[in-house]
Write a protein that binds this ligand. Structure first.
Ligand code: FAD
Length: 578
């Protein structure tokens, strides 16, 4: 027997015999990890199922794994629970014959859902993996009833239409308790907090401020998934998963280089809906790729069908995603910086690129508008093409028409909002880390003068904006950040219909799952897809055969400094802004 084979056998032997064979891990791999010697690697904690990410998909997975008899640890890098779901509108699109649909005599079925999400005529649906949509359709009713059983409340009224063959939209009731509970007062808190409460009651343990840094697998890119490695305030902790690890880290829109694998135009200036509460930095994806996982259904990210990119509606702040206006009393408002000026009528402004030039009809919100935002800047006589910041330009009359108050906390004076008495002064003031070239004052002056002449003429020959209405002529003049915002991750780790992760040889990685926006296969926006995937993966992982159960006893709890890292399950001690 060769040396390598011997090593392999002894590692397998260890796995079979558990702690008796030695307190070690065969291989530590993943983000930032090299293979570790068995003697060096120890598991500090153990659970049957380890969920990475406490967003809605991770919460559903954790609760359902617990319902199926597994012990569960959930880790999250944030200071609190909920991920993007907490900031969401709580608009849950589940149907197929739910109790609420039945109560209001709405006819629906799993097959109708399946057909809705595989429509060849729809860009969002046509690229979906039909096996995954089938699983989604078949688990809609069960997931909806699961939400009710775990305390999520929907108003007692008929579900609304949502674009499918039957009304399936219901909006969760906001969680009681104010902004320290809801973070920004959104209905999504009504999905998150009940699931969190139920998870805690059922014995799920949460380790907050614990960030995934690697996945532990039997061999670097083969064999069973054994657990994860996390960091917590400078300490490293290895957590064993007897049955499965579920990656629910929410996707990749916040990772510039990762998202540029799908769309090279998405350089660093494009912010992300859901920031700054939680980040979607592809850390789960990268850790899984490092142990041999593959990406799937990548067309979904770039087919210009789903909600991958959106218009800024609250301008003059860094994060002005249309459905998320930051409340100044939110515990994370300082990170958000400002809540923005909400645009009611796009006729009140023009948009210019970083060179001070208009580039498209501002009233448009189509993918052509985004394409123009992402590529209208031509430099060096045609040698370079860029996107860059987009600025809304308007005057004091627009401020009056919109009833705006152009001061903090509505606007962010740290690079996202500028005012001046002349257009040229305004251009000269614009200064922002993403503004690669100074805006030429003469260019902005010329742009505004030309636009004003289009108002006089009643037509916009450059971009066909319908009947330009208002001149920009009354000081002070303003420039407000209105660069597009990235929203959903629509492609991720390749999974099958059980949400098991598939490797680059097209085989299942034993014991590894991915859900929500971290998973591939299905371009549907939002909560329903994430909840159903978590629901499925939680049960599947809980039903896996168990590996080395005695390990936890032999290794004990604690980090390498000997300090206990047993998480407190008390909300007060963990909900501190990190
Ligand atoms: C403003 C807004 C409004 C929305 N409104 C709706 C709506 O009304 N209806 C709808 O259907 N959808 C809506 N959505 C979309 C929906 O909220 C998301 O698609 C969904 O919540 C994503 O869930 P997830 O579990 O996949 O990921 P996330 O919610 O992103 O959760 C991922 C979690 O993983 C954690 N994490 C990330 N990296 C690590 C790491 N390395 N280690 C440990 N933890 C990590 C994060 O902190 C986070 O808590 C909205 C989204 C936003 C931003």
């Amino acid at each position: 027997m060769g040396k390598k084979q011997k090593e392999l056998v002894s590692r397998r032997d260890f796995l079979k015999k558990g702690a008796a064979a030695g307190a070690g891990v065969a291989a530590l791999t993943g983000l930032g990890f090299k293979e570790a010697k068995a003697s060096e690697a120890k598991f500090d904690r153990v659970a049957d199922v380890v969920v990475v990410g406490a967003g809605v998909s991770g919460l559903a997975a954790a609760v359902h794994a617990r319902d199926n008899g597994a012990s569960v640890i959930v880790v999250d890098s944030n200071f609190d629970i909920g991920g993007h779901g907490m900031l969401s509108g709580g608009r849950v699109i589940l149907g197929g014959g739910t109790s609420l649909q039945k109560k209001f005599n709405i006819q629906d079925s799993a097959d109708k859902i399946f057909l809705d999400h595989t429509r060849p005529g729809s860009r969002v649906d046509r690229y979906n993996d039909r096996n995954i949509v089938r699983a989604f359709a078949d688990n809609n009713v069960a997931t909806f009833e699961f939400l009710l059983e775990n305390g999520v409340k929907f108003p007692d009224k008929a579900p609304d239409v949502s674009g499918g063959a039957a009304p399936r939209l219901q909006i969760a009731v906001v969680a009681p308790g104010g902004l320290t509970v809801t973070i920004n007062g959104r209905n999504g808190s009504g999905v998150v907090r009940p699931l969190e409460a139920s998870a805690r009651k059922k014995g799920v343990e949460f380790l907050l401020l614990h960030k995934l840094t690697g996945i532990v697998r039997e061999e670097p890119t083969s064999g069973r998934t054994l657990g994860i490695t996390v960091t917590n305030q400078g300490n490293t902790l290895n957590i064993q998963a007897n049955k499965g690890v579920i990656i629910a880290t929410g996707g990749h829109t916040g990772n510039v280089e990762f998202r540029r694998m799908f769309d090279p135009r998405l350089t660093e200036e494009y912010q992300q809906a859901g920031e700054p509460y939680t980040l979607q930095n592809a850390e789960g994806e990268q850790a899984a790729l490092a142990i041999g996982a593959s990406l799937g259904d990548t067309a979904n990210q770039t087919n210009e069908g789903g909600l991958a990119i959106t218009k800024t509606v609250h301008i003059g702040c860094r994060g002005g995603y249309q459905n998320l206006k930051w409340n100044p009393k939110s515990p994370v408002f300082q990170r958000a910086g400002a809540s923005g000026l909400t645009v009611e009528d796009w006729q009140d402004l023009i948009m210019v690129n970083q060179l001070g030039v208009r580039f498209w009809n501002e009233l448009d919100g189509s993918y052509d508008f985004y394409a123009a935002c992402l590529g209208s800047v031509v430099l060096d006589g045609g040698k370079t093409r860029l996107g860059g910041p987009i600025w809304a330009i308007f005057d004091a009359d627009a401020v009056k028409r919109e009833y705006w108050v152009p001061n903090p906390p509505n606007v962010d004076l740290n690079g996202y909002f500028f005012a001046a008495d002349t257009i040229e002064e305004l251009a000269a003031k614009i200064n922002n880390p993403y503004q690669k070239r100074p805006m030429p004052p003469s260019a902005l002056k010329e742009t505004v003068a030309k636009y004003n002449s289009y108002v006089d003429a009643g037509s916009d020959p450059d971009f066909k904006r319908p009947t330009p209405k208002y001149k920009i002529q009354t000081p002070p003049f303003y420039a407000a950040w209105s660069t597009p915002i990235l929203h959903d991750t629509l492609a991720g780790l390749r999974v099958n219909a059980k949400y098991q992760v598939i490797d680059r040889h097209f085989q299942v990685i034993p014991g590894l799952y991915a859900t929500g926006e971290s998973a591939s296969g299905f371009a549907m926006h939002g909560l329903a897809k994430c909840l159903v995937s978590g629901y499925i993966a939680g049960a599947e992982a809980a039903q896996e055969a168990s590996v080395a159960r005695p390990l936890a006893m032999s290794v004990g709890f604690g980090n390498s400094n000997g300090r206990s890292l047993l998480s407190s399950n008390k909300p007060d001690s963990i909900r501190k802004l990190g």
